[in-house]
Ligand binder design. Structure first.
Ligand SMILES: NC(=O)c1ccc[n+]([C@@H]2O[C@H](COP(=O)([O-])OP(=O)(O)OC[C@H]3O[C@@H](n4cnc5c(N)ncnc54)[C@H](O)[C@@H]3O)[C@@H](O)[C@H]2O)c1
Ligand SMILES: *[C@@H]1O[C@H](CO)[C@@H](O)[C@H](O)[C@H]1NC(C)=O
Ligand SMILES: *[C@@H]1O[C@H](CO)[C@@H](O)[C@H](O)[C@H]1NC(C)=O
Ligand SMILES: CC(=O)N[C@H]1CO[C@H](CO)[C@@H](O)[C@@H]1O
Length: 347
């Protein structure tokens, strides 16, 4: 029998692929895109049977660099890329898109005020939201990665009001993945054993990585049993202190070491996010920035990271978790910040 990789490149396999989905990536000449596009081409986000009509968006000044990226993508010869196009006009590239991954944004420069950064990015997401509203399908799904991700996502959905709010999500999966690795390392287990670790709130240093509902599975003889993370790790000082701070500050630690912001891990998390949204989580909890309906006391309309389960492009918030006072305070603080930011963004 042919190996899976052989089958993947045969004409017989190719003839059975699903009709192309239109997938657009913005900021396509940037760092994250450079790691993300090969994963997309290998079918890690939408499945190895899903053809992709790929559209790449960049600002006019970056079209030269983007051409180079396109040449390399052609040279990867991914059978799943049915077509590759690129340009600088969102009204052309967003037309009939099924999925748009927003990586493009204005970077924070030294000495720049938070408000100025928010203003610059909201302008971008306003322009792109308006274009999407004109040419997008009502079923277009959007993932916002560019920072400030939660508020950019809110601005985008505000200006693309023809598309239901549930179709917009922001990335907090990177924070979840960071948290899960730390827990697994501490417990001397593989990450596959860890479940139900939650990221609440903003993708920033006020996010709250919550292990109170988390489990660690162990296999004893032939049976798999789960224990609460708190019981297994048995170190509340670490869990309530250094663990939370390290996850919150991880982005800054990577910048300090690499002199560049996280890109490979952000790309990998974005792929995880899309795969789970599209193909479903099969009951697993994952964290996503989604529009709040007031769940857990978060002001409605904010894009807030919640624990969700997904199936076939729909997400559902996990409800009725019991939150202790520590958790409530942390969730409240991150929500308060996002309310402020919404005010700045929409003013
Ligand atoms: N949510 C997360 O977990 C997470 C993690 C890491 C990085 N990020 C954010 O993701 C974004 C991308 O990061 P990166 O390292 O790839 O940055 P980068 O600077 O390498 O790439 C960004 C690209 O976006 C392009 N761009 C700017 N404005 C645009 C516009 N209006 N339309 C289309 N493209 C535009 C730029 O030309 C640039 O090529 C940043 O905002 C970063 O802060 C988010
Ligand atoms: C929310 O997170 C973003 C990063 O995505 C950050 O730029 C912003 O300052 C945070 N907001 C607040 C109010 O802290
Ligand atoms: C997924 O949802 C779409 C749109 O609602 C529907 O057409 C499709 O049949 C669903 N697929 C599965 C496998 O449930
Ligand atoms: C994920 C999600 O909720 N998707 C919705 C997107 O919008 C369409 C309507 O246009 C809904 O049917 C989907 O459920």
């Amino acid at each position: 029998m042919a190996s899976p990789s052989k089958r993947f490149r045969t004409i017989e396999h190719h003839l059975r692929l699903k009709d192309p989905m239109v997938v657009c990536v913005t900021g396509a000449a940037g760092q994250i895109a450079y790691s993300l596009l090969p994963m997309l081409g290998r079918g890690l986000a939408l499945g190895t049977d899903q053809l992709i009509d790929l559209r790449l968006l960049e600002i006019p000044q970056a079209q030269g660099a983007l051409e180079g990226v396109v040449m390399e993508l052609q040279d990867c010869a991914y059978p799943l890329f049915y077509k590759i196009s690129y340009g600088s006009d969102p009204a052309v590239l967003f037309k009939d898109a099924d999925l748009i991954i927003f990586l493009g944004g204005f970077p924070r420069k030294a000495g720049m005020e938070r408000k100025e950064l928010i203003g610059k990015n909201c302008q971008i997401f306003k322009t792109q939201g308006e274009a999407l509203n004109l040419v997008g399908k009502p079923t277009t799904k959007c993932l916002v990665v560019a920072n400030p991700a939660n508020t950019n996502c809110l601005a985008l959905s505000t200006f693309a009001s023809r598309i239901p709010k549930e179709n917009f999500t922001a990335l907090t999966r990177l924070d979840q993945n960071r948290a899960v690795w730390q827990i697994a390392a501490r417990a001397k287990m593989n990450v596959a054993h860890i479940s139900r670790v939650i990221i609440w709130g903003n993708h920033s240093s006020t996010q709250y990585p919550d292990v109170n509902h988390g489990q660690i599975a162990t296999k004893v003889d032939e049976t798999i049993t789960s224990k609460p993370i708190r019981e297994k790790i048995a170190d509340n000082n670490w869990l309530n202190g250094k663990f939370i701070a390290d996850v919150q500050q991880r982005g800054a630690a990577v910048i300090k070491a690499r002199k560049l912001s996280s890109a490979m891990s952000a790309a990998s998390a974005a792929i995880d996010h899309v795969r789970d949204w599209c193909l479903g989580t099969n009951g697993r909890w994952v964290s996503m920035g989604v529009v709040s309906d007031g769940a857990y006391g978060v002001p409605p309309g904010l894009v807030f990271s919640y624990p969700v389960v997904c199936e076939n492009w729909t997400w559902t918030i996990i409800r009725d978790l019991t939150l202790d006072q520590f958790s409530q305070e942390k969730i409240c603080a991150t929500a308060r910040e996002l309310v402020e930011e919404r005010r700045d963004a929409l003013s």
